[in-house]
Design a protein around this ligand. Sequence first.
Ligand SMILES: *[C@@H]1O[C@H](CO)[C@@H](O)[C@H](O)[C@H]1NC(C)=O
Ligand SMILES: *[C@@H]1O[C@H](CO)[C@@H](O)[C@H](O)[C@H]1NC(C)=O
Ligand SMILES: *[C@@H]1O[C@H](CO)[C@@H](O)[C@H](O)[C@H]1NC(C)=O
Ligand SMILES: *[C@@H]1O[C@H](CO)[C@@H](O)[C@H](O)[C@H]1NC(C)=O
Length: 392
Amino acid sequence: MLFSDKFFLSSAFLLTVGDARPTDECSKSAIYVQTNANDHNSIVAIPIQSNGTLGAGVLHSTGGKGGNHLDSMTLQPVAPDGLLSQSAVAVAGNFLFATNAMTNSASMYRINPENATDLSLYGEYPVKGTFPNTVAASLKHNIACVATTGQTNGISCANFDERHGLGTFDALRPLGLNQSTPPVGPPNTVSQVAFTENEDFLVVTVKADPLTNKPGFVAVYRVEGKRVSHDAVRSSPAGTAILFGFDQIPHTNKFIVTDPSIGAAILNLNTKTSDVSTIKAINITGQAATCWTTISPATGTAFVTDGAVDRLVEIGLNDGGIVNIYDLIANGNSGLFDLRAVGEFLYVLAPGKGTTMPSVTVVKAKAGKVVQHLSLAGLGVTNNVQGMAFYR
Ligand SMILES: *[C@@H]1O[C@H](CO)[C@@H](O)[C@H](O)[C@H]1NC(C)=O
Ligand SMILES: *[C@@H]1O[C@H](CO)[C@@H](O)[C@H](O)[C@H]1NC(C)=O
Ligand SMILES: *[C@@H]1O[C@H](CO)[C@@H](O)[C@H](O)[C@H]1NC(C)=O
Ligand SMILES: *[C@@H]1O[C@H](CO)[C@@H](O)[C@H](O)[C@H]1NC(C)=O
């Protein structure tokens, strides 16, 4: 299955992005997003330079196709947020994984540790179910898991290794959502899969369906041996509904989760029973669509983004209090999406609305200070862009 993606890297694909200039120096760290393009999905690998700013991005084809969910009123394809997920790309060790929504597949790459924008594609692998929109990988167990949220939906996992890439995805662990392909949303769709810090549990968030009174839920699967258990423990934490992106609070069994029905919540995973319960529901005044989050090692706080309000909201993890609100409206974004905290910085994806260009804003986490606003439009990236992962 090992085939090279180099033939896609014609000169047309090696355009630089925004104000970033190509450099002769190899960057050992990078961020990755996926274009989620309907005709030809690609990874955009963007080097992190030694001062934290981003260099010129490079496109790598995934071999698959992206997709867009349908609006529940008009049944027309929706962008941005075609995938309705956090973590449409994931990194574990020297490996990068991505979902391809409309080819029901996942792609795996090896990251060159000397040059983190240099990716070698192992291949594109069929997953179980339709419309995969989020992926997680465990280096400890050599397992990658993909969630699908179309007509056939659930979780399937495959082992991977450095020589062969991904193996065959195992049987679907059904989530039982009554959906179509592409799915109609945002309600009643999968939001994110992630392994816990110790990689011994796989956690999945699913949004409620208010129309049919189905609550949102967190599904928790144990990893047993080198396999993810077939059955999950499901919980609907009090005060939450549209459970979206989440991140684990380091060295605890607690999570910050976003929820566009209120803002966010801090949840606790009971590792004996696998039940998830609410520690604190967090109302964010003025929020419209709080869907993505990351915890910064520099501040020890969480940052959440809103797909419809151009600001970063910083949340304290002890009490769930709002610490700071940083307005990013000066960048002309129309909402902020997936984000990652790396060292002192936050890398925040803004898809644009078609009129404003897709971009990544680099923010110093401690002061909320914007240090770079990088347009991705030069690479042909559209407002379908989705996901974020980093390699360091
Ligand atoms: C960061 O480093 C890059 C590459 O060396 C340089 O072009 C840029 O001006 C620097 N930016 C800041 C804010 O120091
Ligand atoms: C790093 O890899 C990218 C993608 O293959 C390539 O375009 C770039 O030239 C490489 N950088 C160096 C300094 O070799
Ligand atoms: C599934 O959804 C369709 C369309 O909304 C509806 O007609 C059907 O009754 C639902 N099926 C079940 C089992 O809820
Ligand atoms: C959040 O706000 C809603 C509506 O304003 C209110 O009903 C609810 O009690 C608040 N929850 C918390 C945890 O403050």
